[in-house]
Structure formats: C-alpha cells, structure tokens
Design a protein. Sequence first.
Length: 393
Amino acid sequence: MIYCKIIIYNYFPCVYIILAFLNCRAGAKRCHGPAADCHREDVADSPLKEGGAVEPEDYYSKVLKRSSDLKTNACVTPAQPIPAFIRQALKKVHPDVSDRYYGCGLVVPECLEGCRILDLGSGSGRDCYMLSQLVGEKGHVTGIDMTEDQLEVARKHVDYHMKEFGFKKPNVNFVQGLIEGLTEAGLEKNSFDIIISNCVVNLSPDKKRVLAEAYSVLKDGGELYFSDVYSSGRLTEEIKNHKVLWGECLGGALWWKDLLQLADEVGFSPPRLVTSKIITIENKELQAVLGDFKFVSATYRLFKVPKGNTKTCQVIYNGNITGVEESFLFDCHYTFKANKAVEVDGELATILTSTRFKEDFTCQPPGGPSAPCGVKPQVSVTTKFQDVEMSFV
Ligand SMILES: C[S@@+](CC[C@H](N)C(=O)[O-])C[C@H]1O[C@@H](n2cnc3c(N)ncnc32)[C@H](O)[C@@H]1O
C-alpha cells in the first residue's frame, strides 16, 4: 500500500520536513554551476533561512534522525511484495543506514550482476548497499545526493558493508551533487548501465533536465528505472506553490502524460509502467486544494535504445535471470514465462535485444520455424496501465 497520510499540520517535526523539501527544490532550480558552489549560493539565498527555519542540509541530518520520524505522507510503501532474495540483501544493510531510509518504493530492476548503477538522491545509501550485493564485486554502485550529512552516514559504513558482503574492495561510492547536474558533479557520460531513483525526481523543479542528465550518463542500451508520484493532470500554480503539498510529494508530481512527452524529447524509449498504486488523501483541507486531481505512485522503466523499429517479433525468455527464473514480470503488460514464446511489438523487441537482457531472450519473426507455442502477451495481475488511466478519469 502506498499512502500519503496528509495530517501533518499537527506534527512539529513535519514542518521542518516540508521546509527542507522546499529548500531541496529551490536549490535544484537555481543551480547551473558546479554543484557544491550552487548549493552554497542556494543556502545564502534561501527565504527559508531568512525566516529562521532549517538549512537545506539540516533536513536529513539534524531534523530527521530515522525513518520513523517521517510521520507524514512523505512515505510510500512498495506496490509489490518484496522477493526473498531482496529481503535477504536488505537484512545485511547496517541499521544506521536503514534507519535513515526515506524512500517510497522498491527500485530493484532485474539482471544486475556486474552492472554499474547510479542512484539519484541516494540519501543514507540503503538502496545502494542493497544493490551493491546484487551487482556483486565486479559491479559498482554510485549514489549522488545534495545533502552532505546523509552522504556522511552512507560513507561511514562502506567498510562495514564490504566486510559483511565479503568483498575485497569497495564497489560503492557516494558523490555530493544535484541530480540536475550529473556531469557537473563529475559523473562520466555513457558510463552507467542502470539508473535508479526512489521518490526524488518529484522534488526537482526541472524534471526534463534530470531526465536529460540521466540519459547522458547512461550507456547505450542503459535503463532508467525509478519510482515516483504522478498526477492526473498538470497541477495548478496554487498546488505547485503549496508548501505542505510540495513536502508531501504531491505538489511536485508530474502529470503522467508529461512524463511520456519529456522522455520522448530527451531521447528515451516510451516509459513502460511496472507497478502503480493510487495515493489516498486523508485530509479534507488539502483535498479541497487538490480538487479533482488524483495521484499515483508508479515505477517506470525508460531505455536508451535506438528508435524506429516497428517490427513485431516472437521472443523466448531463457529463464536465466536471478530471482525471476520461472517468470519475469517485465512491465504491467508483459510477464515472460521461461521457454514460452511471446509476441511483442517492435519497440519491446528492440529493448530486449539491445540492452543487458539480450543474452536472456531469443527473438524470431512472428510464426517462425521454432515457434509453435506462440502465445499472446501475458498481462500481469498487478495494476495495469489502463487502471492508472481509468483512475484518472
Ligand atoms: C525522500 S529522500 C529519499 C532518499 C533515498 N532515495 C532513500 O530512499 O532513502 C530525498 C533525497 O533526495 C535528495 N535530493 C532532493 N533533491 C535533490 C536534488 N535536486 N539533487 C540531489 N539530491 C536531491 C535529498 O537530499 C534526500 O536525500
């Protein structure tokens, strides 16, 4: 279940949460130079500072001490059950790191061994340390975040985790910077196989720039797999500027159709929905401001692959991907059973044959010689994209 328990006015710490989110937002908006300099400029300019409120850096350090301090709707629980191998990986994460987890979804794409992953807005590093185990010693995970205190917690526990995982040398590192300025923060273009993010993109006022930067540091065939909050339409200025709604991850939510548009403009393949959940608003005052707008938390996958292939194809999954050997839920439309032929459109055929999944799928023309058992696409039992659309009607 995902929730936004919009009842925060009564909670003193939550005021800080909201103000800090606002500062995050302001910082991203004004920064076009080196991340560190930008950050200082942002602090100096901050109207919140003038108002005697918290500094941006204080939000995830001095204000929040652990996840349980998030008494607000900032938290969104995963839409799908957590598989056993991921639960095992999470158990090995140091409690100091887990205690400061402020994410809102499960961002674990499949087929990770040996991959180079980037986590946008990595916080104290819980997802980085979970993924560090799944990519293995030959893979690597980088976390980027604007909040130094969060990064400090993450960095402090590198040695602990490497020992715990039995790795000879660290396969994680943490960088301070803005998600709107990945290359400015020193991340190399075309250098990551996968980018993940857990409820952070909604905090950015320049989502196109975030997507463009992500596209630029992904390798060809790379994937952006991220969880975030989306709205049923373009939000009004009143909602966007509403401090509580922004802090509650609603005011910054992108209209889901705009994600499709932005992804296309930046060069990504059309976003493919993995899972989604309706967010319920439990506060009459805020509901009145939101009017008829509805919200979902959703996980999308976007690929950096060549465009224009429209030929349908039959694909067969070989069952070799760790954790999804029998059945691979690729998105809300397609679940691939091992050794069963499935007809897919040209766009998906391109993805399966030009990304890290290419070793795990064979592709042949529809009705090909070895395809007597061709079946129609499997529609998963989890929420379908149409459900999201209908929920917006
Ligand atoms: C809700 S927390 C999520 C943290 C982390 N993903 C987790 O799961 O614990 C948002 C994080 O994004 C960071 N953040 C927000 N806006 C950012 C930006 N524009 N650039 C870099 N980091 C940002 C904050 O510092 C914070 O650590």
